[in-house]
Design a protein around this ligand. Sequence first.
Ligand SMILES: O=C(O)CCC(=O)C(=O)O
Ligand SMILES: [Fe+2]
Length: 280
Amino acid sequence: MDAQQMMVMPVSGAVGAEVRGIDISRPLPAVTVATLRAALGEHGVLFFRDQALTEAQHIAFAEQFAKININRFFRAVEGWPQIAEVRKEPEQTKNIGGGWHTDHSYDQIPALGSLLYAREVPPSGGDTIFASMFAAYDALSDGLKRTLEGLRAVHSSRHVFGTQAKRGDDLKDRLGNAEAATQDAVHPMVITHPISGKKALYVNRGFTTHIEGWTVEESKPLLEYLYQHGARPEFSCRFNWAPGSMAFWDNRATWHLAVNDYQGHRRLMHRITLEGVAIS
Ligand SMILES: O=C(O)CCC(=O)C(=O)O
Ligand SMILES: [Fe+2]
């Protein structure tokens, strides 16, 4: 299929677009890759449906955009170190990514994003919600925008993946390597997006610990305001998965949240994460 037949259809007012008329199992022409990269920068997350992919094809699709980042904390799919398993079994009650967050903000150079591919989904539920941090930033007052542009925030993986993390027994065999969770990173609270050049709010409830130079207590009210603001429904979209669905999101432009509403059922996703670039 050529780039002419491909269509990028926004799925909500602020974030997300479905890409139709494309078969991502085969190598894509450079022009198509460039179009998809620009669309990712514009919409924050791209959705593809009804794609039958082997593990090797998932990897080949991802590698057209950036180098693969091997995740330190998630268990890999057997025989495929590049692919992390996001799995919830019927008897497990907690899920991975069940609160608003941005992956890898605790890294100095945060991952570009992930390509999450659905292999098994529950009969209903198990959606993923995405929020646009472009829209969240744009909707702030000029006064608060100016204040935030002078501030940086500290992000950490310790409280989530580290040895001190309050992790239910449930997640033990799905996450590991807690000793490696020692990163902290400082990033501007507003970043200029590397693809689109647009400004994005860059703090998240999952990994941001405090504002640089402020105490945790002092930081709380402002961060809490931003977390509630960013979660406003008009900045979000909700994706309902089927086997063969793929979501390709940009961590620098979005937050995401995996809805945990399918107790008693299995959900199995394969995730590839891509290396990012320095942000400022
Ligand atoms: O399972 C999902 O829908 C997303 C989980 C998540 O947060 C992630 O893979 O980064
Ligand atoms: Fe995540």
